[in-house]
Design a protein around this ligand. Structure first.
Ligand code: NDP
Length: 337
C-alpha cells in the first residue's frame, strides 16, 4: 500500500499556480513512539495556506520541498500513544497527504457532531475566528454598523450573521453582484457592496448612512484604505487577515495610515484565533445555539479528492468559493456521519 501526498515544488513569487505543486506516491508512514498514524478525512483550505509560503508568520514558513501544510480532521489508524486508539477522530495540523505520522500530543480528540464537516466550518477555525474576532476585538453594541470584507467567505459569512444576532446593521463587501446578492438574500446581511465595481467609497457610504463602527478586515490593501475613510470616530478595526496581499508580487498597504487612525481615534487590533483558545467552549456553545435557532446558516464548499487541493486553494484566492472551503480526502469511518 502506498500513500499519496502533495509537495510544494517551488515557492511562488506572484500568483500561485498548479505548477508550484507536485503529487507524489510514497511509502506508508510508520508511527514512532508517541506518534499516531492519521488517515486524512477532511483538509481545511484557508487563505492562510498561501501566506505560510511567504515566510514565517505565527507558524514556521512552508518551504520548497515540504509536503503542503494544512489543518485537518483525521481518523487514527495506528497508535503508539496511550492517548489515542484506532478509530478516534482527531483535529490537528497535518499535511496534504492521505496518511501522516503525527505526534499524539499535537492531536485533539473531537466530540461527536452531526457532520464532521462542521468541525472545519462553524465549530472549527472559521466559526471561532469570526466569533472571537468580532466579540473580543470588535466589541459590537446593538444598533452599531458592522462592515466585513470577504463577506461570502467562511469567516466573513459568520461575522455578518453573528453581527445580526447581536442586533447590529451588517454590511458585507464581496466580489461581484451575484455574490453580493447571495450575501444579502441568503445570509441575511442588510446590504453588500461589490469591491470589484467602480466607486467603492460612495457605495460604502450609501450602504452605511450612520458610518462604520466596526470593520472586520479580512483583505487589507485598497479595500481597507477605502473603509477607513467611512469609519466613525472611535471605531474599531478588527485585523483578521489580508488576503489581497498574499498572492501579489508587490503588495500595497493603505496610504491613509496612521493619519485617519489619529484623526478618528480608531483602534486597529490584530488577533490570531488561538489567542482566545480558553474561550473556545463558550464560542462553540454560542455558535451551536445560533445554528439551532436558525440564526446562523452553515455554508460548506467541499472539493473532492486530494489531487484537487491545489486548484481548491488557487480558486479560493480567486474568490470561487462561497462559505468554508475544504477538501474531502478519505471517506468517513463506518458509523460516522
Ligand atoms: P474565505 O473563505 O473568506 O475565502 C477568501 C475570500 O477572499 C475569497 O472567496 C474572495 O472572495 C476574497 N478575496 C480574494 N482576493 C481578494 C482581494 N484581493 N480583495 C478582496 N477580497 C478578496 O477564506 P478564509 O476564511 O480562509 O480567510 C478569510 C480571512 O480570514 C483571510 O484573510 C485569512 O487569512 C483570515 N483568517 C484569519 C485567522 C486569524 O486567526 N486571524 C484565522 C482564519 C482565517 P471575493 O469573491 O469576495 O473576492
Amino acid at each position: 500500500m502506498t500513500n499519496r501526498q502533495i509537495i510544494v515544488q517551488d515557492i511562488p513569487k506572484g500568483a500561485l499556480s498548479q505548477d508550484h505543486f507536485a503529487l507524489q506516491s510514497v511509502d506508508m508512514p510508520r508511527p514512532e513512539k508517541g506518534e499516531v498514524v492519521l488517515r486524512t478525512l477532511l483538509m481545511s483550505i484557508d487563505a492562510a495556506n498561501r501566506s505560510w509560503m511567504q515566510g514565517a508568520t505565527y507558524r514556521e514558513a512552508v518551504e520548497a520541498g515540504d509536503v503542503m501544510a494544512t489543518y485537518a480532521i483525521s481518523e487514527v489508524v495506528q497508535s503508539q500513544s496511550s492517548r489515542f486508539k484506532p478509530g478516534d477522530i482527531v483535529a490537528s495540523e497535518s499535511r496534504w497527504a492521505e496518511y501522516v505520522a503525527w505526534p499524539a500530543h499535537k492531536c485533539q480528540k473531537m466530540p461527536p457532531v452531526p457532520r464532521l464537516e462542521n468541525l472545519l466550518s462553524v465549530f472549527g477555525i472559521a466559526g471561532k475566528t469570526a466569533f472571537h474576532g468580532l466579540v473580543q476585538v470588535g466589541r459590537p453594541i446593538a444598533g452599531e454598523t458592522i462592515v466585513v470584507s470577504a463577506a461570502a467567505g467562511s469567516v466573513g459569512g459568520y461575522v455578518g450573521q453573528i453581527g445580526k444576532a447581536f442586533g447590529c446593521r451588517v454590511v458585507g463587501i464581496a466580489g461581484g453582484s451575484e455574490k453580493c446578492d447571495w450575501v444579502v438574500n441568503h445570509l441575511g446581511f442588510d446590504a453588500c457592496v461589490d469591491y470589484r465595481a467602480a466607486g467603492l467609497f460612495k457605495a460604502l457610504r450609501d450602504a452605511c448612512p450612520a458610518g462604520i463602527d466596526v470593520y472586520f478586515d479580512n483583505v487589507g490593501g485598497a479595500v481597507l484604505e477605502t473603509t477607513l475613510a467611512v469609519m466613525n470616530e472611535r471605531g474599531r478595526i478588527v485585523c483578521c487577515g489580508a488576503i489581497s496581499q498574499y498572492d501579489d508580487a508587490a503588495p500595497t498597504g493603505p496610504r491613509n495610515l496612521p493619519g485617519l487612525v489619529v484623526v478618528k481615534r480608531l483602534r486597529m487590533e490584530g488577533f490570531i484565533v488561538m489567542d482566545f483558545a480558553k474561550e473556545d467552549a463558550k464560542a462553540v456553545r454560542a455558535l451551536q445555539s445560533w445554528v439551532e435557532d436558525g440564526k446562523l446558516k452553515v455554508e460548506e464548499d467541499i472539493v473532492h479528492g486530494l489531487e484537487n487541493a491545489p486548484l481548491a486553494l488557487i480558486g479560493l484566492l480567486a474568490g470561487d468559493n462561497k462559505g468554508k472551503r475544504m477538501v474531502r480526502v478519505g471517506a468517513n469511518p463506518k458509523g460516522v456521519a
